[in-house]
Structure formats: structure tokens, C-alpha cells
Design a protein around this ligand. Structure first.
Ligand SMILES: Nc1ncnc2c1ncn2[C@@H]1O[C@H](COP(=O)(O)OP(=O)(O)O)[C@@H](O)[C@H]1O
Ligand SMILES: [Mg+2]
Length: 240
């Protein structure tokens, strides 16, 4: 069974049909990439999966259990965490406070001590955050803010982590660093649904890829195959 299964998902904003019947399957242990142009409905899809946006219809199954109408705190408790587009960190709180709040998203079997240790674990994993643990999150660079947002997402102990354009607005060297972090998180056992406009990087890290255009999936398959597809190359990889 797939860990996450999205079936015929529809999201409308008034008369705008942003997501028009999207179906996705994500097996446990995979990185699945969702690529497509600006305005295609990628963020709407992720937001509907986690319950930040109410879908007009469709199903979101985690391990076969319906989540489609559950509010965001319930999907998070069930193990689906979103690192939203634009990071959404708490800029007026310190790096450490952001992480502590992240660790409170879901109870820890070992209680406060385990939560505390997990926060320290994330600070070990991201040395640039550890160095600035008392700094205001809003004062961090874009790359550091993205790391903080990812660390906070991981502190929700997700079974599946949804990343919405983690490389957006970052310099090339930081983009590479973010993709290495994505690989590390995956190697450590977290399933990932990655939304990206950087198709080249997304195709390089993902096993499966879906292409979303104007609210509908137009192409899907193994990343290795799609990277060779002339339509993908022309539209997303800048080659033809
Ligand atoms: N809150 C909203 N209200 C109205 N329209 C929206 C809203 N959010 C997104 N849209 C529209 O829905 C479509 C899909 O947007 P979005 O999901 O953000 O796409 P992507 O993440 O692929 O860029 C776009 O036409 C966008 O303008
Ligand atoms: Mg978006």
C-alpha cells in the first residue's frame, strides 16, 4: 500500500479551478517530485493534502486512512508535515524558540526530555543554526531560514514531509546545499513529496516525478525516464 495516496483532488478558489482532479501515489521511502510552472496548482495541492485548504472533492489517504477533510493539526498529528512556500518561520522569535515550537506539534513518547534532545539534534545537524540559536529568525539569511523551516518540519516527526519550493530565491550554492539536505533526510528514512520549480534538481533527487500544468497532471513516471522525455527537456530542463 502507498504511504500517501491522493485521488482526484480538486481545489477551487471561487471560480478559479486551481486543482482539477489530481491523483498522486507516494510509496514509503520514496522522494516524489511535483514540478510545473508558476500557478499550476502545486502549492494548492500540498495545502489541500495537509488541510490548510479545503478540497472541493477528492481523497487523501495516509496508510489507507482518509485525511481529506481533517484540519491541519490533525494531519500533522497523523504524520504529515508541510514546510510551506516562503518558509513561514516566526521572524520575531529566536531560532531556538522556532524549533521548540516545532517540537510541540506532536507529542513525544519520551516527553519533554526527548523533545528537548530532538531540538538539540536539529541544531547539531544544522551548525549554521546552532551558531545563531539566540538570533531572531527574521535576521537569518534566506538559506538559513529555509534550513530552520526544514528543521522545524522534521521536529513534527513526520512520516511524510511535504516541501514547497525549498530552493526558491536561493543562490546556486545554497540550492545545492538544500538538495543535499533533502537527500540526507530521505536517507534517514523520511518519505518526501517535493514541490520544485528547479526541475533539474528535482529530477536528480526524486525517484518518481509528476508534472502539473494548469491544475492537472500531464506527465508522470520514474525520474530517470522523465529526464529523457523531450517534452520535459524542452519545457523544464532548458534543452531540446
Ligand atoms: N488563496 C487564493 N485565492 C485565489 N486564487 C488563488 C489562491 N491561491 C492560489 N490561487 C490561484 O490558484 C492557482 C494555483 O496557484 P498555486 O497553487 O499557488 O500554484 P503554484 O504553487 O503551482 O504556483 C493560480 O491561478 C493562483 O493564482
Ligand atoms: Mg507554489
Amino acid at each position: 500500500m502507498n504511504l500517501l495516496e491522493v485521488r482526484d483532488l480538486r481545489v477551487n478558489y471561487g471560480h478559479v479551478e486551481a486543482v482539477r482532479g489530481v491523483s498522486l501515489s507516494i510509496a514509503a521511502g520514496e522522494i516524489v517530485a511535483l514540478i510545473g510552472p508558476n500557478g499550476a496548482g502545486k502549492s494548492s495541492t500540498l495545502n489541500a493534502i495537509v488541510g490548510l485548504v479545503r478540497p472541493a472533492s477528492g481523497s487523501v489517504l495516509l496508510d489507507g486512512h482518509e485525511l481529506a477533510r481533517a484540519p491541519a493539526h490533525e494531519t500533522m498529528a497523523a504524520g504529515v508535515a508541510l514546510v510551506p512556500e516562503g518558509r513561514a518561520i516566526l521572524g520575531r522569535m529566536s531560532v531556538e524558540e522556532n524549533l521548540v515550537i516545532g517540537s510541540e506539534a506532536r507529542p513525544w513518547p519520551g516527553g519533554r526530555e526527548e523533545a528537548r534532545a530532538a531540538v538539540e539534534g536539529q541544531l547539531l545537524r544544522f551548525p549554521s543554526l546552532a551558531r545563531r540559536r539566540r538570533a531572531l529568525a527574521g535576521a537569518l539569511s534566506g538559506g538559513e531560514q529555509q534550513m530552520l523551516a526544514i528543521a522545524r518540519g522534521l521536529l513534527a516527526r513526520p512520516r511524510i514531509l511535504l516541501l514547497d519550493e525549498p530552493s526558491m530565491g536561493l543562490a546556486p550554492q545554497l540550492v545545492r546545499q538544500i538538495f543535499e539536505i533533502v537527500r540526507d533526510i530521505h536517507s534517514a528514512g523520511t518519505t518526501i513529496l517535493l514541490v520544485e520549480q528547479n526541475a533539474r534538481m528535482a529530477l536528480a533527487v526524486a525517484q518518481q516525478v509528476y508534472v502539473l500544468e494548469r491544475g492537472a497532471i500531464t506527465l508522470a513516471g520514474p525520474a530517470r525516464e522523465l529526464a529523457q522525455d523531450p517534452r520535459v527537456q524542452a519545457a523544464y530542463l532548458g534543452t531540446d
